[in-house]
Ligand binder design. Structure first.
Ligand SMILES: O=C(O)[C@H](O)[C@@H](O)[C@H](O)[C@H](O)COP(=O)(O)O
Length: 223
């Protein structure tokens, strides 16, 4: 496991934003476009704040969420809202957001059109993942109704999943879409998640979905 431990969260966020920006910059120089895929939740806000002010050819960057909670965009639980408020502002306002939500009662109602939008920009250049203490990543929750399908090598890029721990229905990139990323980073803080990560290394992908990227990701941790 490739784990980088930082003395504190501020140092982590600054260093991680710098690494992400360099990796995007390098791909932009070579290919003229790049794709950044990011988590929602409570941890990544400070990385977004820093990244949004970085000088980068944002016009040619597509920003994608790894997963979304099926709630309207004005909900406090909306990952799209988080990304719009914390990442897609200042210099990064020029980036293009690839939607993972469209108003409808159920994710299945809009899945095909959202999946087409995602498929059009893959593969991901830089993937930033969060992780829950239950070892879920994106919305690949242990015990989710369609987890086995989402972990399969032939899974479609995007799926709707439901899990008790998730609250609302979710829409999520699947294992093959996440694994397609050129660079992968996992951002975790606190002792509970660090212990969960150590445990994940001993478990199966179904028990600990974060395992799908554990051998390839750089893990960034601070207390
Ligand atoms: O929408 C989501 O819930 C996420 O994308 C999810 O995978 C998140 O990264 C983890 O649940 C960690 O969340 P916290 O940072 O809030 O602990």
């Amino acid at each position: 496991m490739n784990l980088v431990a930082y003395p504190d969260r501020e140092m982590l966020m600054v260093a991680l934003a710098d690494t992400i920006a360099s990796q995007l910059r390098e791909t932009l120089a070579r290919e003229g476009r790049a794709v950044l895929s990011v988590p929602g939740g409570t941890t990544p806000g400070p990385v977004f704040d820093i990244l949004s002010g970085v000088a980068l050819d944002w016009e040619n960057v597509s920003v994608l969420l790894n997963d979304e909670r099926w709630v309207p965009e004005d909900s406090q639980r909306s990952n799209t809202r988080l990304v719009r408020e914390r990442l897609l502002r200042d210099r990064a306002a020029a980036a293009r957001l690839v939607p993972l939500y469209a108003p409808a009662p159920r994710p299945e109602d809009r899945l095909d059109e959202l999946a087409a939008g995602v498929a059009a920009v893959l593969p991901i250049t830089v993937l930033l993942l969060g992780m829950g203490a239950d070892m879920h990543t994106a919305s690949l929750f242990p015990g989710a109704d369609r987890l086995a399908e989402a972990l399969a090598p032939d899974a479609p890029v995007l799926m709707a999943l439901r899990a008790e721990a998730a609250g609302e229905p979710r829409i999520t990139l699947t294992a093959p879409a996440l694994r397609s990323a050129m660079h992968c980073h996992i951002l975790i803080t606190g002792d509970e998640k660090r212990a969960a990560l150590d445990r994940a290394a001993q478990l199966s992908e179904a028990e600990a979905p974060v395992r799908i990227v554990l051998n390839t990701a750089t893990i960034h941790w601070a207390p």
